[in-house]
Design a protein around this ligand. Structure first.
Ligand SMILES: [Zn+2]
Ligand SMILES: [Zn+2]
Length: 324
């Protein structure tokens, strides 16, 4: 596989929570209170993804902190009978050049669910309105893996939703991600809070539990969106990834001290690196075979907290090179 710099320890990184709610929908705090909750905790950006009501404003931005434009859109099925629903995150991507993007405070009415086509049409509509679409909390939503495989046009899956984890033990969506990756989809991951309210200053709260760290030359709406689309970020609920690169056919990672560094691949089995004495490690590498559908990295600390890289696709990259 060709050498590539995915994350560079020497470049600027920005921390953000892209999933949260305010009194504009079912949250407890005002826009200003939510903004201050993150701004004062060394976050660089956030998104107020209120339900079915779009946020599109620069009024709360400063040079050091910005609020991404977007919303969260639901399609509710009869949960009693199907046990599932869909929540989709839209982030304003101006590079899509939408003719009629949502305005600030514009409400997007929920569609009535008829079949999976309803969800596909919703994704298509959100994209036509200029949104990067993320599949939110599939474990909480009780989505079916095969349905996520059929749906097209979403860029990432929310694989860690902090509020769902601490309240209902359904925060991790990693198995959905691996399922679609195994069968050929190329989608990234997102970790986020989905904070609605409650205390912000307790050991366990809806705040500060899941985030992404984006590598970008500058802090700005489109710069962050472009980096997310390019996969230049990692997701975490604890550890940090400092550097991730492909060099001499090796995937090399440098991270904060963790108990294990895991390389997850398909169809081959991957590699778990640990120190046999149990001390923490901060780097590891994986020799790329070039027949992997994907390879992704998890850095897992002693408390079980994880930093997730986005996947690389050796087999796909090889096919691309052969076609050139
Ligand atoms: Zn949701
Ligand atoms: Zn939410």
């Amino acid at each position: 596989m060709r050498d590539a710099m995915i994350l560079n320890a020497g470049r600027q990184k920005y921390k953000g929570n892209i999933h949260s709610h305010s009194i504009r929908s079912d949250g407890e705090y005002t826009v200003e209170q939510m903004r201050e909750a993150y701004r004062t905790k060394d976050y660089d950006f956030m998104c107020l993804s209120d339900h079915e009501i779009y946020f599109q404003s620069d009024a709360y931005d400063t040079e050091a902190f910005i609020m991404l434009d977007g919303y969260e859109m639901a399609c509710e099925m009869e949960r009693e009978t199907t046990w599932q629903q869909y929540h989709l995150h839209g982030l304003l991507d101006r590079s899509l050049l939408a003719e009629m993007p949502f305005q600030h405070d514009e409400v997007h009415a929920k569609p009535d669910y008829e079949s999976l086509d309803t969800i596909q049409r919703l994704i298509d509509e959100m994209r036509s309105k200029g949104n990067l679409v993320i599949m939110n909390h599939p474990e909480w939503s009780k989505n079916r893996e095969e349905d996520l495989l059929k749906l097209e046009g979403y860029a990432a899956i929310e694989i860690y939703n902090h509020q769902s984890e601490i309240q209902e033990a359904v925060g991790y969506g990693v198995s959905y991600w691996d399922y679609v990756l195994k069968w050929g989809k190329r989608v990234n991951a997102i970790a986020a809070d989905d904070a609605h309210g409650g205390p912000t200053d307790m050991a366990v709260s809806e705040f500060y539990g899941g985030w992404i760290v984006v590598e970008s030359e500058r802090l700005g709406q489109q710069a962050i969106i472009d980096a997310i689309k390019a996969g230049q970020y990692y997701s975490s609920n604890g550890p940090k990834i400092y550097d991730l690169r492909i060099e001499n056919n090796r995937l090399k990672v440098v991270c904060s001290p963790v108990r294990s560094i895991r390389f997850i691949t398909f169809p081959n089995n991957g590699l778990a690196e640990m120190d046999p004495t149990g001390v923490n490690i901060t780097e590891a590498e994986y020799f790329i075979q070039n027949d992997e559908q994907y390879v992704r990295v998890e850095c897992v600390d002693a408390c079980g907290k994880v930093a997730w890289s986005n996947p690389i696709y050796p087999k796909y990259e090889l096919q691309l090179q052969e076609e050139l």
